[in-house]
Design a protein around this ligand. Structure first.
Ligand code: 5GP
Ligand code: MN
Length: 339
């Protein structure tokens, strides 16, 4: 993988570009992809953002979101664009399997794949160019660095600013995670100085849900959460019937895993959701418990040191049993807790 700066001199030569990200894109995945989109179109490139799956409706306000294609609902159109592309930017993921059904088309394309990502253990041999930096708060921050590094920061417009702000805010938990470096605040200061209205973005992302989702959260916290103080661990497990009863849609469960982490002394929080086709897991930790390794070891997943995810094809009860076994095996690491 050559360094991403090697494409700076090629930016002014119009190309067919596809930008893609991980399945079920979150604020950082969609924000970084659309931020890059609004930058590249200014050079006359033909740019298409393709999401491997659908996404949460609370992301749809983002400028340009209406032009994004959902691979699962427009597969043949997307396959043609992927096959014909000169460049495919891969943002906020680093192994092609994270794009689910799109994986084959991405691997088969003759395009140069370009990585911009902050997760651990990239599949570097799959990318012609790229930057992989696990110290970065978000892929949105890396797109900002890319724009500034290219020398074209004069092209940083309000559309880009809105998308990148949404991304960095999502992945830093509204600027509170340890990854929120001075560079993150410098970037945000620059976006604000360019006229960004940040409070509108907070409203779009946090004050835009259905009544039913709030009642669902009430049910989850009352009836679906277990706390294991012996292991400084809390687990939420959600059966599919709850998703049906409360009409839960893509994105409605995002952030739920953070509630148990707010309990004093809890070091590991987990959520396991029965989505029908698979059981999806999310893990969050405080302090020195590495959930990336935990997710990789037991749940075919990965992510970051304090935030990771995985999945399983086993029934919900079996996944919960596996989780209980896993925390027992990690008791030594979990039972010590220092603030
Ligand atoms: P979330 O729990 O919000 O879905 O994801 C937390 C972090 O773990 C994100 O950075 C996400 O990209 C990563 N992640 C989530 N699920 C998986 C998975 O199944 N495999 C891998 N490798 N990473 C995941
Ligand atoms: Mn991210």
């Amino acid at each position: 993988m050559q360094h991403i700066q090697d494409i700076f001199s090629l930016l002014e030569h119009p190309k067919k570009v596809v930008i893609t990200t991980h399945q079920k894109p979150d604020g950082d995945a969609m924000g970084s992809s659309l931020g890059l989109y609004h930058f590249l179109i200014q050079f006359g490139h033909q740019v298409q953002v393709i999401s491997p799956t659908n996404w949460a409706s609370f992301l749809s306000w983002m400028p340009g979101c209406a032009t994004v294609l959902d691979y699962e609902s427009e597969t043949s159109r997307c396959d043609k664009m992927i096959a014909d592309a000169d460049w495919i930017f891969c943002l906020d993921f680093n192994t092609l399997v994270r794009t689910k059904k799109m994986e084959q088309a991405l691997a088969a394309s003759g395009a140069e794949r370009i990585l911009i990502d902050h997760h651990q253990q990239p599949q570097s041999e799959m990318f012609a160019y790229g930057v992989s930096d696990t110290t970065k708060s978000s892929t949105a921050e890396m797109v900002y660095d890319f724009i500034v590094g290219s020398g074209f920061q004069n092209k940083l417009n309000d559309d880009i600013a809105q998308c990148l702000y949404a991304g960095v805010m999502t992945d830093t938990g509204s600027f509170r995670f340890p990854s929120t470096s001075a560079a993150v605040h410098t970037m945000v200061a620059d976006l604000l100085a360019r006229g960004l209205k940040q409070s509108v973005i907070h409203q779009h992302l946090f004050d835009n849900f259905s009544e039913s989702r709030l009642r669902f959260i009430g049910n989850v916290l009352s009836n679906r959460m277990q706390v294991f103080y012996e292991y400084n661990t809390a687990l939420i497990s959600i059966p599919q019937q709850d998703l049906v009863k409360y009409e839960i849609k893509t994105g409605d469960t995002e952030g739920l895993v953070n509630y148990p982490l707010s309990i004093e002394g809890i070091k590991l929080a987990a959520i396991i959701i029965d989505r029908g086709e698979e059981r999806k897991c999310s893990f969050r930790s405080k302090g020195d418990f590495d959930v990336n390794t935990f997710a990789r070891s037991y749940f075919d997943g990965g992510g970051h040191y304090n935030a990771a995810g995985g999945q399983s094809k086993e029934p919900l009860e079996a996944v919960v049993a596996k989780f209980m076994m896993a925390i027992k095996e990690n008791k030594d690491k979990l039972s010590t807790y220092q603030f």
